[in-house]
Design a protein around this ligand. Structure first.
Ligand code: SAM
Length: 252
């Protein structure tokens, strides 16, 4: 199962992007599946076509289906409030940022509500989005990026740090798990620099041996930590999220 999901991830991002664009016009072009494609591309395409979240993301103009994971979590826990400052790590192509912009009113859509801030960071290019400031081609774990981020946040602080970051999968489950946990640990460093007391960190991890120690680190800093698997997260994926709420700022 892990190998299958890695194989899917190993399709080049440019070919996946091209396929994703074609899926948007799929219903008007039923021959899409018949074009000459590798079997991995065929499998990926068929799974996308069957996926209700892919369909719903097209209807709602979300840049990808992952929007529904954040919507589901936010509907339950109300992390994103109008006026909040939000950091979105691993933001490309920008679906989580779309959700954050709506919920914190950072595009000023509702003039009656306070206007929030959304800053997204990704190694890749993130297409522009009204209400968000993007640091494209930046490594969110890098100290220089984190310093630049603080300059963009009001008073240098955030109410919420989101991370849907994931490294390129190597195919070695333990190695990939460790890499992602290391990235989560760098988010803990970022939280110590940027998070307001009472703030929240939502970060993706791939389940594995180090999950408990990551959870223990979070429990030392936050009043409430839980592990979540939203319905929109694929059942055959090791993906889960830690939601850590009520940040306790250490005495300085
Ligand atoms: C699953 S995608 C995120 C999808 C995004 N949440 C959305 O809704 O559009 C994971 C992203 O993490 C990014 N990423 C991986 N390592 C990163 C790093 N060190 N710094 C910033 N972004 C990173 C990848 O480039 C990729 O775009």
């Amino acid at each position: 199962m892990w190998r299958q999901s890695v194989q899917r991830k190993c399709l080049s991002s440019s070919s996946l992007w091209a396929l994703a664009v074609q899926i948007r016009s799929l219903h008007s072009s039923p021959c899409l599946l018949k074009k000459s494609r590798t079997s991995a591309e065929q499998r990926w395409l068929q799974r996308q076509l069957r996926d209700p979240y892919v369909k719903a993301s097209h209807h709602n103009n979300f840049r990808c289906r992952s929007a529904f994971k954040l919507l589901e979590i936010d509907d339950q826990f109300r992390l994103l409030q109008p006026g909040h400052s939000v950091v979105d790590c691993g933001a490309a192509p920008g679906a989580w940022s779309q959700v954050a912009v709506q919920r914190v009113n950072s595009a000023g859509t509702d003039p009656e509500l306070p206007r929030g801030t959304v800053v997204g960071i990704d190694l890749l290019h993130i297409p522009p989005l009204d209400g968000a400031h993007f640091l494209s081609c930046h490594d969110a774990t890098d100290a220089a990026t984190q310093a630049r981020l603080l300059e963009l946040l009001p008073a240098g602080r955030a109410h919420v740090i989101l991370s849907d970051m994931a490294p390129n999968a190597s195919g070695f489950r333990d190695l990939d798990h460790e890499k992602l946990v290391t990235m989560c640990l760098s988010l803990i460093d970022l939280a110590e620099k940027a998070l307001l007391p009472g703030g929240a960190l939502l970060c993706k991890y791939w389940d594995g041996a180090l999950a408990h120690s990551l959870q223990a680190r979070l429990c030392g800093m936050f009043g409430n930590v839980r592990s979540l698997k939203p319905d929109a997260s694929r059942k055959d994926s090791a993906e889960r999220y830690f939601l850590a709420r009520v940040y306790r700022e250490p005495a300085r």
